[in-house]
Design a protein around this ligand. Structure first.
Ligand code: 0WD
Length: 256
């Protein structure tokens, strides 16, 4: 029997083949999970449907996390398809490009609210809608970055949103824990995806990590997927409210 056979997973955040969510969806499928994939809108629909065909013709549905109606509709789809949910993967974020460069001081009220809404609040809204669907032993995971706890040049408002996301992981873990539902975050090292390229000087960050991380390399989306499979599985049955670093050890280095 495969590690995740019988488990039903909803994965949000596939934009294209480089997305971390794509590697996670592939990994969950390879280990026997059934999938529902979501796309943000028509712009990403084709890519998501193409991936879904590769992964056992998984159902696809739209979910724009800025819309309560859209989140409600996703819950209804999951309920109608499976009547329960074992794995929820939150792998999405957004901030305006102009606020991912220069000084954090310049962050606008609207840009701050938007980054928080999409990148942090969405996890709360999704967990609330899925709460009646979660089975005992269900696992929720969100993707974060070390810019939540350290000032990383140009990461700015997204770092603040990731801090809120990580705090939300802990509060949600406390709320859902009595029902046996676990909530964790994976703090990934930098990976060249569409979202990452929105951060100014992103390639410089990649070079710095490879030069100073103990493993002397950058991580891949497949490295992150490995940790996601662990968190989705019963192997992590007592792990909750945790931020798991998948960053080649970069976060713990002081002076390299
Ligand atoms: O270096 C990296 N790539 C890291 C990413 C390091 C550490 C963490 N992360 C995080 C990101 O912050 C995000 O939470 O991993 C998660 C996935 O990011 P990704 O795979 O790097 O990025 P990408 O392939 O761009 O997918 C993120 C997707 C969006 O893509 P685009 O590029 O179209 O903005 O998030 C989705 C969208 O598909 N998204 C939304 N989904 C639903 N509703 C929304 C929304 N309103 N906004 C963005």
């Amino acid at each position: 029997m495969s590690l995740l056979s019988g488990k039903r997973a909803c994965v949000l955040g596939v934009a294209n083949r480089w997305s971390i969510a794509t590697a996670i969806a592939r990994g969950l499928h390879a280990h026997g999970a059934s999938l529902i994939l979501t796309y943000e809108g028509e712009r990403t629909r084709d890519e998501v449907e193409k991936l879904a065909r590769e992964l056992g013709n998984a159902p696809c549905t739209a979910c724009d996390v800025t819309s309560d109606e859209s989140i409600e509709a996703l819950g209804t789809t999951i309920d109608a398809t499976w009547g329960g949910l074992d794995i929820l993967v939150h792998s999405l974020a957004f901030a305006r490009k102009e606020e991912l460069a220069g000084q954090y001081l310049a962050t606008s009220r609207a840009g701050f609210a938007l980054a928080m809404d999409i990148s942090a609040y969405s996890l709360v809204a999704l967990c609330r809608r899925c709460s009646p669907l979660f089975t005992p032993g269900a696992s929720v995971m969100a993707m974060t970055y070390v810019g939540s706890s350290r000032a990383v040049r140009n990461y700015n408002v997204m770092g603040v949103a990731k801090a809120a996301l990580e705090a939300s992981v802990r509060y949600l873990a406390a709320d859902l824990g009595p029902r046996g539902v676990r909530v964790n975050a994976i703090s990934a090292g930098p990976i060249k995806t569409a979202s990452a390229r929105a951060v100014a000087d992103f390639t410089k960050i990649l070079g710095q990590v490879a030069a100073t991380a103990p493993l002397q390399r950058n991580v891949t989306a497949e490295d992150v997927a490995g940790a996601a499979i662990f968190l989705a599985s019963d192997l992590s049955s007592a792990v909750t409210g945790h931020v798991l670093f998948v960053d080649a050890g970069h976060n713990m280095v002081g002076i390299a």
